[in-house]
Design a protein around this ligand. Structure first.
Ligand code: MN
Length: 426
C-alpha cells in the first residue's frame, strides 16, 4: 500500500508528547484532535470541545481566555462558525491547539478545562445543511446487483462513469446514541399484498461522511483540486435503511422513506489534516473517467481507513475503505458539476463500505444475503435484519504517523419499537 505525503499538514508529521499525558498511540492522540459539541449537565449550554485521549478540552471556555480574537468561532455551541471560517483558520486553530497541548506553560490554565469524556453528553456537532449519500463501493454495488438482479451485469452501465448517489433528508440526521425508531410505511409483502406496517427488514449501512466548511458559488463547479479548500473533515455515518420499504418505493426513482427516517453520525468531526498519513492511491478506474473526474493528475485521495461494525457488542464486519472506487474529491466534483453550490454544513457520505470477504460487508442485506443466509453472532444468536433492542456500533481507525492510528470515534444507535403500526388516517 503506497503512502502519499501531502505537504498540507505541519503538525502530524511526527508524534509529540503532551503535558496531558495522552499516549501517542491513542486513537484520539495529538495527531487526531477531532472537534465536537458537548453538554456537561442537564439544561446546560452546549460548548465546543476537542478530544484529547479520553478527555475533552472545553474550547468555548479556553478560547474566551486564551484566544479572544477567535473566541466567536466557538461561542455558539456548534461547529458552524468554525466550519464557515475556512482552511486558513482551520490550520491556525489546529496549530494553536497543538502548541497549547504540547507546551507545559499552558498546563496550568488548560488542565482545569480538560473534562473526562464519560462526564459529558455529545450533541449533534453542526447544523446539517444538505445531505447526499453516494454508492461508491464496487464490492457493495456488485453484491446488491447479484442479490436483486441475478444473472445480469453486477453494476449498472453508468456506475463506472459517475459516482451514483441520492439526496437524503438533512433534518433527520441525528447524533450517535439517538434511538432509531423502527419506521412504518407502505410496503409489499412477499406474496404480493400491499400493506402498511413496521419494517421487517431494517438494516444499517457503514459509511464515512464528509463535512463541507467553505461554501461554493452557484453555477461554479468545484474542481478536484479544490476539495481541501471546501471540506473540513470526516465523520462516521450509519445510513439506516428499511429494505422492504426501499425495494417497493425505489422503482423507478431512488430511495425516499426507506432511508429518510434516520441517519446517524458520530459526534466527532476529524479534520482533513489528520488524515494526511492515511492517503493512498485509489483503485485503477476502467473506463478512464471524464476529465472533471480524472484524479490521476492530482494527489490521490484514497484513504486507508478500516471500519468495524458491532451488533450488540459482537464484531460482525471489518469493512475496508481503501478499496472505494470513487473518492470524496470525485464525489464532490460530480455533485457540483451541474453548478449546484455548496453550503456550510453540507454532508455527503461515501456509500456502504464493503470488502471482498464475507466478513467485510457493510450492511445486513449483504451479510445475510437478503435474509437467505442468517448471520450467526458470537453468542450464537442469529440475524437476518435488525430486531427491536439491537444496538449497532460502527468505529473506525485510519493510518496515523509513525505506526499510530487516527480514530474516527464511534457512531451507535439502538432500535426502538415502531410507534405507528397502522396506516395514518386519510
Ligand atoms: Mn447508504
Amino acid at each position: 500500500m503506497e503512502l502519499v505525503g501531502t505537504g498540507t499538514n505541519q503538525v502530524t508529521s511526527r508524534t509529540v508528547t503532551s503535558w496531558t499525558g495522552v499516549a501517542a498511540e491513542h486513537p484520539f492522540g495529538l495527531h487526531t484532535l477531532p472537534y465536537g459539541v458537548f453538554t456537561d449537565a442537564v439544561g446546560s449550554q452546549p460548548r465546543v470541545g476537542v478530544a484529547v485521549g479520553d478527555a475533552i478540552l472545553d474550547l468555548t471556555t479556553a478560547t474566551r481566555d486564551l484566544l479572544p480574537e477567535h473566541a466567536a468561532l466557538f461561542r455558539n455551541g456548534s461547529l458552524d462558525a468554525l466550519l464557515a471560517a475556512g482552511r486558513q483558520t482551520w490550520t491556525m486553530v489546529r496549530e494553536t491547539l497543538t502548541r497549547w497541548l504540547t507546551d507545559d506553560r499552558h498546563a496550568e490554565a488548560l488542565a482545569p478545562l480538560l473534562l473526562p469524556a464519560t462526564d459529558v453528553t455529545m450533541q449533534l456537532p453542526f447544523t446539517i445543511a444538505d445531505y447526499v449519500d453516494f454508492y461508491s463501493c464496487e464490492q457493495h454495488a456488485a453484491n446488491i446487483g447479484r442479490i436483486f438482479r441475478p444473472g445480469q451485469r453486477a453494476v449498472p452501465p453508468n456506475w463506472r462513469h459517475l459516482p451514483v448517489g441520492y439526496h437524503g433528508r438533512a433534518g433527520t440526521v441525528v447524533v450517535s446514541g439517538t434511538p432509531v425508531i423502527r419506521p412504518s410505511c407502505q410496503r409489499r409483502l412477499p406474496e404480493g399484498t400491499v400493506t402498511f406496517g413496521p419494517s421487517t427488514a431494517l438494516d444499517f449501512e457503514a459509511e464515512i461522511g464528509f463535512v463541507i466548511g467553505t461554501p461554493s458559488v452557484l453555477g461554479r463547479p468545484v474542481p478536484l483540486t479544490d476539495f481541501a479548500h471546501h471540506v473540513f473533515g470526516l465523520c462516521l455515518l450509519n445510513d439506516w435503511s428499511a429494505r422492504d420499504i426501499q425495494s417497493w418505493e425505489s422503482v423507478p426513482l431512488g430511495p425516499l422513506l426507506g432511508k429518510s427516517f434516520a441517519t446517524s453520525i458520530s459526534p466527532w468531526v476529524v479534520p482533513l489534516d489528520a488524515l494526511s498519513t492515511a492517503r493512498i492511491r485509489p483503485p485503477v478506474r476502467d473506463p478512464y473517467p471524464l476529465p472533471y473526474l480524472d484524479d490521476t493528475i492530482t494527489e490521490p485521495w484514497g484513504l486507508d481507513i478500516t471500519l468495524e461494525v458491532r451488533l450488540n457488542g459482537q464484531l460482525i464486519s471489518r469493512p475496508p475503505f481503501a478499496g472505494m472506487y470513487w473518492t470524496a474529491p470525485q464525489q464532490l466534483a460530480h455533485l457540483t458539476s451541474n453548478g449546484a453550490c455548496l453550503r456550510t454544513g453540507d454532508l455527503f457520505a461515501s456509500g456502504t463500505v464493503s470488502g471482498a470477504a464475507p466478513d467485510e460487508r457493510g450492511c445486513l442485506l449483504e451479510l445475510s444475503w437478503n435474509g437467505s443466509a442468517p448471520l450467526t453472532l458470537a453468542d450464537g444468536s442469529t440475524r437476518t435484519f435488525l430486531a427491536d433492542g439491537d444496538e449497532v456500533s460502527i468505529t473506525a481507525t485510519a493510518s496515523g504517523p509513525e505506526g499510530t492510528s487516527v480514530g474516527l470515534g464511534e457512531v451507535c444507535g439502538r432500535i426502538s419499537p415502531a410507534l405507528v403500526d397502522r396506516a395514518p388516517r386519510g
